[in-house]
Design a protein around this ligand. Structure first.
Ligand code: NIG
Ligand code: FE
Length: 413
């Protein structure tokens, strides 16, 4: 599909070709061009510049007067494919139960896993399609999706196959992650497994099929005092070496048990959550290539601390923003709202939030060469806003959708 966008009020997110990510203070600049054009050829960005240089050709043209254009959001942490919902637990939490108490009583992840076990791949795809269509309307173009609600080999592989099927039928780009260690299920406890031996079992059982069928690009585990501890993380690190799948690790959501230090040391691609940070964890991330992925809508929904965005930026970290869309701790996948929360609750600037939700999200999926900024040759995954005053307005006026049109791979959605 070829297309020319003309009279763009502000074209934003124009980073120099080859930009992998934005670290520390560099995050604060979201480069723009006023009164611009952009051409799309065969699904890629083929040219852009000021209107005064706009080529006169026969390309189909869309007038973007009063509209801004930016790269589609890259949401690098989600659990989009799940079965059923958990409003009953929401009610319990509002009456005073904590997330961890609900989990200890067999709710939480185990509750979702029970629902997955009685769902077919088609049913999982059907439910997630509805959610994904909504996300595309709100500007998400690329979405990481984790398994992790299967909790046994058969059901984890079922989830990964559902993610693959969903990707095959969608114009959005879905990136699958095998979340091998999310919660210790009753059957594993009954067989005498602990968090570490269960993690090793899941990796040993699933990885051959995951790799044969190309079902995942990354490995993940929920590294927490009450879930999976450092011995389990070591099995994930070992599996990274044998499988070649990079690590994206849930860590420091409730407690700091040293997981960040170990993940950084092992060269993890990202560490995600980081609501609870020690000086040692911050020091380990200082200037490191492991991306710090913050999930403000999880903090909002559970009422837990927000990740320390300012300290991370001051420590020269690569900070990304993502939704963590899941039925338990963040039942929402709106990246515009995540950017707003990053500003109001974590004191990021709109420029920092937009960069963290685009180019740094792409980096957290090893996709910087294709996604996350305006550059010639990148996928034409673009958002045309409604007639709003500025790009910053996306982060400022919350609760309504400011995206008029999503273009994914050059195709208008
Ligand atoms: O990222 N923290 C672990 N996993 C999810 C929540 C899963 C759930 O409650 O269903 C998260 O917040
Ligand atoms: Fe998560």
């Amino acid at each position: 599909m070829n297309l020319k966008l003309i009279n763009i009020k502000t074209l934003g997110g124009i980073h120099p070709e080859g930009t992998r990510w934005l670290r520390g203070s560099l995050l604060g600049h979201f480069p723009t061009l006023e009164n611009a054009y952009l051409t799309i050829t065969d699904g890629k960005i083929s040219d852009f510049g000021p209107m005064t240089h706009c080529p006169q050709d026969e390309l189909p043209t869309r007038d973007c007067s009063d509209r801004h254009v930016l790269p589609a959001f890259v949401d690098s942490h989600s659990h989009l494919v799940y079965a059923g919902t958990r409003e009953e637990e929401f009610n319990l939490r509002l009456k005073g139960a904590s997330y961890e108490e609900i989990a200890a009583a067999g709710g939480g992840i185990l509750n979702s896993a029970a629902k997955v076990s009685t769902s077919s791949v088609d049913q999982l795809v059907g439910q997630a399609t509805f959610r994904l269509e909504n996300l595309i309307e709100y500007g998400t173009g690329t979405l990481e999706v984790k398994s992790g609600y299967g909790l046994d080999p058969e059901n984890e592989l079922k989830l990964l196959r559902a993610i693959k099927a969903l990707n095959d039928q969608s114009h959005a780009t879905l990136v699958p992650t095998f979340l091998a260690a999310h919660a210790l299920p009753a059957w594993a406890k009954a067989q005498g497994m602990n968090d570490a031996s269960y993690t090793k079992y899941m990796l040993d059982e699933c990885l051959p099929t995951v790799q044969k069928e190309g079902l995942a690009g990354f490995l993940d585990g929920f590294i927490e005092r009450d879930y999976f501890k450092l011995d389990a993380l070591q099995h994930l690190i070992d599996a990274r070496t044998t499988s070649g799948l990079p690590l994206k690790i849930h860590v420091n959501q409730f407690y700091d048990i040293g997981g960040i230090q170990m993940a950084v040391e092992a060269g993890a691609l990202s560490v995600d959550h980081l609501e609870v940070m020690s000086p040692e964890a911050l020091r380990a991330l200082h200037g490191s290539d492991t991306i710090a992925t913050l999930l403000p809508s999880c903090s909002y929904f559970l009422g837990i601390p927000y990740g320390p965005a300012r300290e991370l930026i001051e420590n020269d970290c690569v900070v990304a923003l993502a939704t963590d869309y899941n039925p338990g701790s963040s039942p929402g996948g709106n990246m515009q709202l995540v950017c707003n929360m990053a500003c109001t609750q974590m004191k990021m600037t709109p420029a920092e939030a937009l960069n963290a939700a685009t180019i740094n999200g792409a980096a957290a999926l090893h996709l910087s060469e294709r996604k996350g900024s305006i550059a010639v040759g990148k996928d034409a995954d673009l958002l045309i806003t409604k007639a709003i005053p500025s790009l910053e307005y996306l982060c400022y006026d919350f609760g309504t959708n400011h995206i008029q049109t999503s273009i994914l791979g050059g195709q208008t959605q």
